[in-house]
Design a protein around this ligand. Structure first.
Ligand SMILES: NC(=O)c1ccc[n+]([C@@H]2O[C@H](COP(=O)([O-])OP(=O)(O)OC[C@H]3O[C@@H](n4cnc5c(N)ncnc54)[C@H](O)[C@@H]3O)[C@@H](O)[C@H]2O)c1
Length: 248
């Protein structure tokens, strides 16, 4: 096999392992599918085991390599045992730290910060402890972590700001192994947002977007894949807003 055959368009080495959290749906699912198409072996994590198995099976139907691990990332013990289960698969070089509760969850500030932000550091810190090959991580924040829009529970923008800060901490503290970058999506038409996108408030947001539409999960996945990849080797601690220009 030639070097060209062993590396993807983005420079990923075929067979390297990427863990994707929240991979049963939306942005996580699109990221797992794209990274698998780039030749990585993806290990899909999600709290919803049935949908997760279906996503991993779907990737395998076209020859991609995918495994499924059911895990609640807000439970530190569950995260630790998920990383233990990873040992049989090999070191994860890449981490898409993405799962989080919907803004409509009805959580208190304390609950929301634990479920959304502490879960990202649970997963990321356990990865750093369990893998010798940590190459790059993305964390999924939101434009709500930087720009106030109102209309959502306080814990959501607070947790998304904390997630971005966690990404910068990792970027600063490990000498580039791993690099860590932050993705801030705007409104994305994933299953959890279906009702909102068609509501009056959703239509008003879309009307203010220069592109005149909500984003698609695969458009966020493309940004995640680039930031993880060797093509982004000098990008560390950066925040990439992927929102069609809604906050310019
Ligand atoms: N859709 C948007 O408009 C939007 C905008 C900005 C940021 N985000 C962020 O993107 C990320 C993905 O959201 P999405 O829109 O793809 O949602 P989604 O509901 O389509 O997918 C989220 C997945 O995460 C899983 N999940 C939730 N909590 C979990 C937990 N504790 N442990 C393991 N898995 C868990 C769910 O089961 C689901 O499969 C979230 O962090 C979200 O806050 C989404």
């Amino acid at each position: 096999m030639t070097d060209a055959a062993m590396t993807s368009r983005l420079g990923f080495r075929s067979g390297d392992i990427a863990v994707v959290t929240g991979a049963a749906s939306g942005i996580g699912r699109a990221s797992a599918e794209l990274l698998a198409a780039e030749g990585l072996a993806v290990v899909c994590w999600d709290i919803d085991g049935d949908r997760l198995d279906a996503v991993a099976a779907g990737i395998r139907t076209w020859g991609g390599v995918a495994h499924a691990i059911t895990c609640d990332v807000s439970n530190a013990d569950a995260v630790s045992s998920a990383w233990d289960r990873m040992r049989g698969l090999g070191d994860a070089r890449y981490l898409v730290n993405n799962a989080g509760p919907p803004s409509s969850s009805g959580l208190s500030v304390a609950e929301g910060l634990v479920a959304a932000a502490a879960s990202m550091s649970n997963v990321g810190d356990a990865w750093l402890a369990h893998s010798d090959a940590c190459e790059a991580m993305t964390v999924t924040s939101s434009i709500a972590g930087t720009w106030a829009a109102g209309g959502t529970a306080d814990w959501y923008p607070m947790s998304k700001a904390a997630i971005a800060a966690y990404g910068r901490q990792v970027a600063a503290q490990h000498g580039g192994r791993p690099r860590a970058n932050i993705v801030q999506p705007g409104l994305v038409a994933t299953p959890r947002m279906t009702d909102f996108v068609s509501s009056d408030a959703g239509r008003a947001l879309v009307a203010h977007n220069p592109l005149g539409r909500a984003g698609r999960a695969d458009e966020i996945a493309a940004a995640i894949a680039f930031l993880l990849s060797p093509m982004a080797s000098y990008i560390n601690g950066a925040t990439l807003v992927v929102d069609g220009g809604s906050v310019i």
